[in-house]
Each structure stands twice: as structure tokens, then as C-alpha cells.
Design a protein around this ligand. Structure first.
Ligand code: UDP
Length: 411
């Protein structure tokens, strides 16, 4: 067994790794391409940064390509993101032209790789039209949607759907998000990598070091939300909840975020967050570089309670990350957070700042319950949301697609 796989075996057990090797056997040497829009920032980049090397380790020939565009392209795709998550909006025609042109140009640049691939996985709306510009494709194309599409703004989805409908299959994080399609729909929940700098065990000194490094008070309970500055993550709601708690008990709040290369709205939201924080010395807005994985890891471990008060959420890797560190999560009652936060067991689902404040105060007062919930949260991630489960489902999907017409597949 390779060193890397051995390290995973120590966490999940040998049988799980043997199973992966068995599933990967019929896929040896297959050319696989993943395409998304950024190598850093956000959940998709986080997933691809382990998925690609692990598939390579299992003998597949995997490439990770990026779609690259100018400012208008990212403005357009951010609007898709907002529209698909339910915000009514009209995307100007010139942005749509830029979007399609950018896809055509990128398809030209990647033509050889895309044409020769046995499997192409296209992540999210940004590169969705690539297939349209690769008429000579030979492999199977799968559209992987990471977004909460439970209640899309119809005009936006109707436009995008025409690029997705011709794919051979699509993958969705939750049944609630899946839209009717003429091809097979697969449900695969995302996951975290327990060996990545973001999630690996850290020495206590490094965890406690965050208090001095970020000017935090080691004697005050620490409430943490890690997120891009995005309205769907509701950072203003988190500040409201913090104020409601603070009226009763001393606490401090950390909002840790940074930009994603493909998110042009972050500065505006950050400005609103700063205005709402009003120089409160116990609200710490931390702008971290995109490679600050160990720092986020340490903050999550140092936190008393982690929050992800999103109002729409494709999955919410930050929830998984916090739970893996034994923290109960106070999460918005939406999308992928519902899959992870088992209400009253691994955390609490909330719909309002008042609800978040109530649950956080309850946990701060009942430390034994907080610890028990944290233990259950970690256990839940171990069983359901680690890379090995995620990878197994990808491999099964690929084997299944290779034998599309078979009634039965012998492994
Ligand atoms: N993240 C980060 N730095 C930040 C903010 C977020 O590294 O400043 C990471 C976070 O730890 C998580 C991912 O980015 O791994 C965000 O994924 P999630 O699914 O929570 O949300 P998305 O940004 O994809 O909507």
C-alpha cells in the first residue's frame, strides 16, 4: 500500500482502502479531467486539492484544469451563483456574451485534453458550456453541481440548463437540489480531507497560539464563523446573534474569511460587515490569505462554538471541518447544513439570529452537553463525510458509467 493510502487507512481502517483499490482496478490508466474556476478559495478548490492526487495515487491519469476569464466573466458567474441560489436578477446580455465567449476560448485552449479524456468532470456553472464547444468529445461528461439549487430563480436556471442537459450525467450534493434532467442523476455529498493542513491534528501550543496572534482574549468564550464574505453566509446575522448573547454574557466573535479568486462581491460584503461591527473590540474580522489552512484549523480548534449561519448553502465544508474538530455547529437550517447538523445531536439548526443566540447561550452554559455534542459531531464526520467515502462514490459512478447498459457489474 502506498504511503498516502496507508495514512488514510490509519483513520478509516484497511478495509475501506482495500475497497477503493478494488473499485479503481477497472479504471487503471483512464484519463480523467476535472475543470473548475479557481485553485484557491471556496469548497470546490478545497475538494479538488485532495481528490485529484488521491485518484492519481489509485492509478488514474488525472488532470485538474481551470477555466480562466476576464472580470466580466466572474461578474456573470457570480450572478449565476446568486440566481441559482434563489435571488431574482437579470443578467445583462453583454455578460452572457462574455460568459459564452470565455467558454469557447477555454475549450480551444484545452481542446486536446478534453477531447482525449475518458471522463470529464465539470464543476459548477462557470465551465458548464465547455461541452457545447467540444463537439468531437470521446469520453463521458459529468456536470457536478455544488450549489444549493433547491429554489433557483427560474430564468437563470433555464438559461444554464440548456448547457447542462446534454451531459451524460450530473452529480448533486442533496436530493433537494437535483433538477429534472434527461440523463442519470447521482447524489454525492462532499467531504473533507483529515490529512490536509486544514484538518490535521495540531499541537496544543499552536492552537492556543491563535489568541496572541490575532489579539483574542484567552479567557472569553470564542464564537467562530469561517466563510467567504458573501450574503448567503449571513455574516451580518452572526453579528446580530453575537450582540444578543453579549447582552447576557461576555463573549468574543471571530469572522474569519478571505476572498476566493472567482468571487467579485467579497469587498462589498466585507465593507457591510465592518460597518455592522462598529469597532467593537470583541468582534475580530480576520482577512486570511487563501493558504492559511493551518491558521483556520487552529481557530476552529480554539473556538468554543462554531457557527455557519448561512441562508443558502450547497454543503458547507466549514461545518464538516468544525465538526471534525469536535465542535458542535450552530448552522442555518438550509441545504447541505441539514445533512450534517443533526438537530440537538451534532449541533443546532437555526433560522434567525435570535435562534442562533439562544442555542449558543445554551451551549455556553452547559459545557458537558457542548462536549458530548462535539464528540458526536466528530463521529458523524468519521462515518459520513471523509474523503474516502467521497472517493468511493466517484469511483462507483465511473465504473457504473463505463457499463451503462449492463444489468450487473462484476468487480
Ligand atoms: N476557507 C478558507 N479561507 C477563508 C474562508 C474559507 O480556507 O477565508 C475555506 C473553508 O475552510 C472551507 C472552504 O473554504 O474549506 C469553504 O467551503 P464551503 O463549502 O464552506 O463554502 P463555499 O465557499 O464553497 O461556498
Amino acid at each position: 500500500m502506498s504511503n498516502l493510502l496507508e495514512r488514510y487507512a490509519k483513520i478509516v481502517g484497511d478495509i475501506v482502502i482495500d475497497h477503493l483499490r478494488q473499485l479503481a482496478r477497472p479504471l487503471q490508466g483512464m484519463k480523467v479531467v476535472h475543470v473548475n474556476s479557481t485553485r484557491e478559495g471556496g469548497g470546490v478548490a478545497e475538494i479538488l486539492s485532495w481528490l485529484v492526487p488521491l485518484k492519481q495515487e489509485l492509478g488514474l491519469d488525472v488532470k485538474w484544469e481551470l477555466i480562466i476569464g476576464e472580470q466580466g466573466f466572474y461578474q456573470c458567474t457570480k450572478q449565476f451563483h446568486n440566481g441559482l441560489q434563489g435571488k431574482p436578477l437579470v443578467i445583462p446580455q453583454e455578460l452572457l456574451v462574455t460568459y459564452e465567449r470565455t467558454n469557447a476560448e477555454n475549450a480551444d485552449r484545452m481542446r486536446r485534453t478534453l477531447k482525449e479524456a475518458d471522463f470529464v468532470f465539470i464543476h459548477d456553472p462557470q465551465p458548464a458550456p465547455l461541452m457545447h464547444f467540444c463537439p468531437d468529445r470521446k469520453g463521458k461528461w459529468v456536470w457536478r453541481c455544488h450549489i444549493d439549487l433547491s429554489r433557483p430563480y427560474r430564468t437563470v436556471w433555464k438559461y444554464l440548463r440548456k448547457f447542462v442537459v446534454g451531459y451524460d450525467a450530473s452529480i448533486w450534493s442533496l436530493a433537494d437540489f437535483a433538477q429534472p434532467m434527461p440523463h442519470p442523476l447521482y447524489l454525492i455529498a462532499p467531504s473533507i480531507d483529515p490529512l490536509s493542513p486544514k484538518n490535521i491534528e495540531l499541537p496544543t501550543t499552536e492552537v492556543n497560539g491563535v489568541f496572541a496572534r490575532y489579539g483574542l482574549n484567552p479567557d472569553l468564550p470564542l464564537i467562530l464563523q469561517v466563510s467567504r464574505f458573501d450574503h448567503f453566509k449571513d455574516p451580518l446575522g452572526v453579528i446580530e446573534a453575537y450582540r444578543l448573547i453579549k447582552a447576557f454574557t461576555p463573549v468574543q466573535l471571530v469572522l474569519a474569511g478571505g476572498g476566493a479568486a472567482d468571487d467579485p462581491e467579497g469587498d462589498q460584503v466585507l465593507h457591510e460587515v465592518r460597518m455592522a461591527a462598529k469597532n467593537d473590540p470583541d468582534i475580530h474580522i480576520l482577512l486570511l490569505p487563501s493558504d492559511a489552512h493551518r491558521e483556520i484549523n487552529a481557530l476552529q480548534r480554539a473556538a468554543t462554538v462554531c457557527v455557519q449561519k448561512s441562508i443558502r448553502e450547497g454543503f458547507g465544508l466549514t461545518v464538516t471541518e468544525a465538526m471534525w474538530k469536535g465542535k458542535p455547529v450552530i448552522g442555518g437550517d438550509t441545504g447541505g447544513i441539514r445533512l450534517q447538523v443533526v438537530n440537538h445531536h451534532t449541533g443546532f439548526l437555526v433560522n434567525t439570529p435570535e435562534g442562533a443566540a439562544l442555542r449558543i447561550r445554551y451551549l455556553l452554559k452547559n459545557r458537558q452537553i457542548l462536549e458530548n455534542m462535539g464528540r458526536k459531531a466528530r463521529e458523524y464526520v468519521l462515518t459520513n463525510f471523509l474523503v474516502t467515502r467521497h472517493l468511493r462514490e466517484y469511483l462507483i459512478l465511473m465504473v457504473a458509467m463505463m457499463h451503462e447498459s449492463a444489468d450487473r457489474i462484476e468487480m
